[in-house]
Write a protein that binds this ligand. Sequence first.
Ligand SMILES: NC(=O)c1ccc[n+]([C@@H]2O[C@H](COP(=O)([O-])OP(=O)(O)OC[C@H]3O[C@@H](n4cnc5c(N)ncnc54)[C@H](O)[C@@H]3O)[C@@H](O)[C@H]2O)c1
Length: 376
Amino acid sequence: MPAARTTITVSAAHAGYEVLIEPGLLGRLGCCVAEVAPHSRALLAVDEQIADRYGHRAKESLKTAGFTTSTVPLPARESDKTLHAVEALYEVMLEGRLERGSPVIALGGGIVGDIAGFAAATYLRGVPFLPVPTTLLAMVDSAIGGKTGVNVTLPGGRLGKNLIGAFWQPKAVVVDPQLLESLDVRDFRCGLAECVKYAVLADASLLEFLSDNAADLVQLQMDLLVTLIERCVRIKVEIVEQDERDTGRRTLLNLGHTFAHAIEAHQHLDLRHGEAVSIGLAAAAHLAVLTGRLKSDERTRITKVLEGFKLPLRLPQAVEVDQLLNAMLYDKKASGGRLRLVLPTGLGTAEVTDDFPGSAVQDAWMHVGAAVVARG
Ligand SMILES: NC(=O)c1ccc[n+]([C@@H]2O[C@H](COP(=O)([O-])OP(=O)(O)OC[C@H]3O[C@@H](n4cnc5c(N)ncnc54)[C@H](O)[C@@H]3O)[C@@H](O)[C@H]2O)c1
């Protein structure tokens, strides 16, 4: 693997891989791919929004490294993260005569990564996959750990997020923080919500770092950004290495997410994933205070960091609390109808638990702006 400024090795059951982090690394994408998946043909799935800006550079680099590349632009919309999008990739892969050794490269955020990763996991029963994450969320979270998948529509029309998928470990993850320069600040802040999540569940000093450097991080100060990405990736790697298949410790990464998924099921709220996570973190922290796990000043530390990044702490409009509670039970992590949640037990520690009264969950929802609708 060509040397990168930061290289983090991930061990996995079948084959480990490296996460390479370096500003400008996109220019050396071809070498990175050739090193782990040498072949003559490749597929490049690229977020259509950034295809002009970065797609050509990626393709040029792949060409220099000897790849003939078929390119598929994909819309990065949750409503398009479907099996139809995966089928569209299969068609191009078949037309381009991609073989078992042909790499699939995903240049985009979590949506493109999840779609292309699932196509790579299933085409010819699995071909090499390399995410090149282009959002902060994808760099610190979705590109690491091998979860791929798409959404489905549930009976009643509700969005079933990531319900069809596969574990498929990448061959390498190529992180070029310079790609964040074109990212909308709202999307960048969404990635910061995931960084706050890591700090709350695993590293109190990271919360300090986020709070001390908030303004410079939003200004994309590159050295700080590399440090932030590296610290978050190391936390994610440490957890996924212990629980590749998400049967235990990995559940901790769900901090704030059971609340967030219930919020995201209400599409009219028009919140992005990271914004829903931010509200979910505020709700989880409140529930942790109510159940004696967290001190209220610790909750304030968490919410202040989120606020410092201009992330929401409340629902933009009231949603009936019963609807949110029901949506929570749809979440994959609810087993046997019994709700399990990840709750902070201090700054830098968290636990998976079902030890909380239902009334406290309702109070946590009310704390972030849910409403009880009186029925006549
Ligand atoms: N697989 C996993 O482990 C995992 C983990 C967390 C989240 N996810 C999934 O990730 C998705 C969210 O991913 P995301 O937050 O990266 O969002 P995204 O992929 O939707 O991208 C967000 C927006 O940024 C644009 N964009 C992406 N990169 C850009 C760039 N460099 N410059 C300009 N614009 C750019 C996209 O076009 C889109 O409009 C969700 O579907 C979620 O379920 C998966």
